[in-house]
Design a protein around this ligand. Sequence first.
Ligand SMILES: [Ca+2]
Ligand SMILES: [Ca+2]
Ligand SMILES: [Ca+2]
Ligand SMILES: [Ca+2]
Ligand SMILES: [Zn+2]
Length: 244
Amino acid sequence: MKRSLVAICIAIALILGLSSAVFAAEPPKKPITPPQLKEITFIHYARPDTPGKPQPPPVDNTAYELLGLVLPGNVTYCVNPRGAPAGALAEIESAFETWDAVTGTELFNPASHTAISGFSYDAQNTISWVGIAPTSIIAMTSIWYWDDGNSTPLDAILEFDIVFNALLKWGIDPDDEGPLRLKNAYDVQNIATHEAGHVVGLADLYEDQYRELTMYGYSSKGETIKISLEQGDVAGTQYLYGGL
Ligand SMILES: [Ca+2]
Ligand SMILES: [Ca+2]
Ligand SMILES: [Ca+2]
Ligand SMILES: [Ca+2]
Ligand SMILES: [Zn+2]
């Protein structure tokens, strides 16, 4: 009788010991995701008509929002001039160098030509003109990045492609001060500066008070306001890559 009681006690002790061992071996609550390639696409729309809209809020030029992505620096990219207005390459280069100019980090190398167009993860950063429906879409940017699988805030941008909608009319404002001289076309540099902002690691801001920022999420024909960066655009860039 006594012996069997001892056996039961040992058995209970073993079960308790075993269950606590199983509990201790449980994986941590937060699952570890494997490192993987990811793609994010930004769609830039024409500013919607808002007839009868009340007075817009006061302008706030100080905001920015990070994507959580960062460029390695010294990035090379190519422009496909097919379907683009003459001189587009220089306008796009100016757009990228506008961001480069506000940080001591050398972000972008000079632009060169390519025959590649569209979106493709092919180790080439390309900018091209391709027809996109609907025509409320002005341009799109795809960014491929390496999600390292842990909670580090910034993942590395591996590649980007930008497409301008070839179904729309494009032009080059002669003095970057539109909109009077480019009434029915989108200015290449204006849109390119915004798209390059995504490549730098900045997100769209859609609220009305951010309408003067380069990273404001809508554009209009003849607009040139995005060519020059505002305080928030610069602050976001310098947060990521340092000041001058
Ligand atoms: Ca720089
Ligand atoms: Ca540069
Ligand atoms: Ca590509
Ligand atoms: Ca220009
Ligand atoms: Zn955008």
